[in-house]
Unconditional design. Structure first.
Ligand code: FEO
Length: 400
């Protein structure tokens, strides 16, 4: 499959309908993904990015139907991660001397991945490449999301090839934002941002401000995953600006794991207490051992407050609680409040451990949490409800 996206540009990538895990098992792709590669034909011909290695042969074979490979003058590698560079070995076997334009780190990383002495041309922000009537302008995008990341802008067609930025793991043959279900599209876009770009919020703001200050005409943003932003392409840049500023909706997320249901019952009683005081708050409840961790992180991203609960086991917390706390810690959320809860039988360390972990993860813990022994009775459940009600009092206006 290939299709024309503008006078000079064809999409020549690969839609991966079946992939469900990314980065090993670190990112769930419920809706598949695509590896977007673009062929630009002016007086010179350029290939921008490739696809993941398992599709390398198919990619090169399809590309041959589009163009005599020897007519490709330049290759642009916006990012060295294998989902975009994986087909390079297959392609470079056919056209070994074709120059590959990338950042300094891009050349270093591609050499370390493939151990080939390809003809790398290192570029930096503001460098250009003449194609005839149009030209490419390179914009380094360090840490969005790797040190080698780069955007490439095509003049004349007014297209920003943004690689991972503004992308979504979302397979759809419709390919444009004005064609697909926008609820699905933005859910995948925010999940991508929450799970991958949160640590780089400050850099996201800086980079978008830099791009906007260039006043480049922009007809399309073409990321390397998912659909192309054609209708009002800047809407996704504006969303990124919103998400990068310690984004919060009127939401509390409750995450728990439980051995014999006592911690689950506590979670639900706390939720009842919050709801009793404030009916407008969205409360989402997840058992961390039964729900997808990236979906939970996406909800944490949207929340003003997070409550984390676990039974105590072996003087510690349940393994799914430890895993989600570790994940949240790595993302470095800012400006969110949190508290812990959990049931216990005798030693009861879980609440203290969770509170400490939440602090280390950058959350403002609003109290020492609540713990109940064994199976909570009516009195204990009232305490949990009161704990929920007190959350409203403690964080006041911030969750209204
Ligand atoms: Fe950073 Fe889509 O790879």
């Amino acid at each position: 499959m290939s299709f024309k996206i503008s006078d000079k540009v064809d999409w020549v990538g690969k839609i991966d309908w079946e992939i469900r895990d990314y980065h090993g098992k670190e990112y769930s792709t419920h809706k598949g993904t695509s590896y977007n590669s673009y062929l630009v034909r002016d007086e010179k011909t350029v290939l921008i990015d490739t696809v993941w290695e398992p599709f390398g042969k198919e990619f090169v074979s399809n590309l041959k139907k589009e163009i005599d490979l020897n007519k490709i003058d330049y290759i642009i590698a916006n990012h060295s991660e294998v989902d975009h560079s994986g087909a390079l070995p297959e392609l470079m076997r056919e056209i070994p001397n074709t120059p590959i334009y990338c950042t300094k780190n891009g050349a270093k990383f591609l050499k370390a991945h493939y151990h080939k002495d390809w003809n790398f041309i290192v570029v930096k922000t503001g460098d250009t490449l003449d194609l005839g009537k149009s030209k490419l302008v390179f914009i380094e995008a360090r840490m969005l999301h790797w040190p080698d990341s780069m955007f490439t802008y095509l003049t004349g067609e007014n297209i920003l090839f943004s690689n991972d930025a503004f992308g979504q793991h979302y397979a759809s043959e419709l390919m444009y934002n004005d064609k697909v279900d926008n609820a699905e599209l933005f859910q995948e876009a925010i999940k991508y941002y929450a799970n991958i770009l949160t640590p780089f919020n400050a850099l996201v703001i800086k980079k978008i401000e830099e791009i906007l200050s260039l006043n480049l005409p922009l007809d399309m943003i073409c990321p390397s995953h998912g659909i192309i932003w054609k209708e009002n392409p800047l809407q996704i840049a504006n969303k990124y600006m919103e998400w990068a500023k310690d984004y919060k909706e009127n939401q509390v997320t409750i995450i728990y794991d439980t051995m014999w249901n006592a911690t689950r019952i506590m979670a639900e009683a706390i939720a009842d207490g919050i709801k009793e005081v404030n009916k407008d708050i969205t409360i989402k409840i997840f058992n961390s051992s039964k729900n997808d961790k990236n979906d939970i992180v996406t909800e944490v991203f949207k929340s003003k407050m997070v409550l984390v609960g676990s039974s105590t086991i072996n003087n510690g917390v349940l393994s799914s609680t430890a895993a989600i706390l570790e994940m949240i810690k790595g993302l470095g959320f800012k400006g969110k409040k949190a508290a812990a809860f959990g049931s216990y039988g005798w030693s009861g360390e879980s609440v203290k451990i969770i509170t400490e972990e939440l602090k280390k993860a950058g959350f403002e813990t609003i109290n020492d949490g609540i713990r109940e022994m064994w199976n909570p009775d009516e009195v204990a459940l009232d305490r949990c409800k009161d704990f929920g009600k007190s959350i409203e009092k403690i964080i006041g206006e911030t969750i209204k």
